[in-house]
Design a protein around this ligand. Structure first.
Ligand code: 13P
Ligand code: SF4
Length: 303
């Protein structure tokens, strides 16, 4: 499958971008693996004709917003995101009307339509800097992740109006399981993503975006780490830190729900099929794209 993908890539001048939440074989085959911010920068800078995005719909859409003339493919068009789905454009528009004098900061995990209604975009890697770029006398709306918003209110001291969305993966981690793991592995460093609930974040030694968590592993000498985010990141951590142990935190339901069901829809077979047929292409209304590009560029310029 890897050699078939290679063949199709060369034939069509394709770059494959993958998020750290993809299956290990997809990460190993991709041209570039990154978190949301790194992937949006990579998408903006590529000279390939086709971008095959191994991630979810809003990520591929972001790649299209910054690359209107390129073909952007998503292996499975059903790969959505609970955060993006939590903010339907019509409801979001009506809600914004209640706060006319606010600066709208939207987390990149939202649709192109919601981006088009925003003043500036952020990711978990740069949310603090983006919020701090807004003058102190301005009121702020932060959407759609309520939990990241709550964490950012604490971090920045800014009083923001929050949209009530959550990541279905990060909101269901079990506090009880985390305490048990901490008792069992007392030397372990607890690394958590800020999309988690506060009751989880209070137990973390370090809170950061996907790439910040990966970096932290390389900068610390601990032998064990409790990973409080989508366990796809463990593949990269393990590969680059073979002597260390990574313990994924389970969800509070006892299932494997800490794996993002949307991200995991992409498979090697679907990648081949999409490249063979050049289908599953992202298309955008040009007016929406132009409006969504502005807040996205504002973010890319800040950090
Ligand atoms: P980052 O890639 O910004 O860490 O976000 C995590 C996530 O949930 C992506 O959907
Ligand atoms: Fe969306 Fe959460 Fe999946 Fe990321 S992990 S794509 S935020 S549902």
């Amino acid at each position: 499958m890897v050699s078939r993908i290679q063949e199709l890539k060369e034939k069509n001048n394709v770059v494959i971008l993958a998020h750290y939440y993809q299956e290990p074989e997809i990460q190993d085959m991709a041209d570039f693996v990154g978190d949301s911010l790194e992937l949006s920068r990579k998408a903006a800078g590529t000279d390939a004709d086709v971008i095959l995005f191994c991630g979810v719909h809003f990520m591929a859409e972001t790649a299209k917003i910054v690359n209107p003339s390129k073909k952007v493919l998503l292996p499975d068009m059903d790969a959505g995101c609970s955060l993006a789905d939590s903010a339907p454009p019509d409801k979001f528009k009506a809600w914004l009307e209640k706060y006319p004098d606010h600066v709208v900061i939207s987390y990149i995990n939202c649709s192109a339509d919601v981006k088009a209604m925003s003043d500036i975009i952020c990711t978990s890697a740069n949310a603090k800097k983006v919020i701090e770029s807004v003058p102190k006398n301005k009121k702020i709306i932060f959407a759609p992740d309520r939990l990241l918003g709550q964490y950012m209110i604490k971090e920045t001291g800014r009083d923001m109006v929050l949209w009530n969305g959550t990541c279905q993966v990060h909101e269901i981690f079990s506090e009880k399981a985390l305490i048990r793991l901490k008792v069992k592995h007392q030397q372990a460093l607890v690394l958590a993503h800020p999309e988690c609930d506060e009751n989880i974040l209070v137990h973390a030694d370090f809170i950061g975006s996907t790439s910040a968590l990966i970096k932290k592993v390389g900068q610390t000498s601990n032998k064990e780490y409790i990973i409080v985010t989508e366990p796809g990141v463990i593949h990269h951590m393990q590969k680059h830190n073979p002597g260390k142990e990574f313990i994924p935190l389970p969800s509070n339901t006892g299932c494997a729900c800490n794996e993002c069901p949307h991200m995991r829809l992409n498979t090697m077979e679907k990648i081949i099929s999409s490249l063979e047929n050049m289908d599953n292409e992202i298309t955008l209304d040009e007016q929406v794209r132009i409006k969504a590009l502005k807040p996205l560029n504002r973010m890319l310029k800040i950090v």
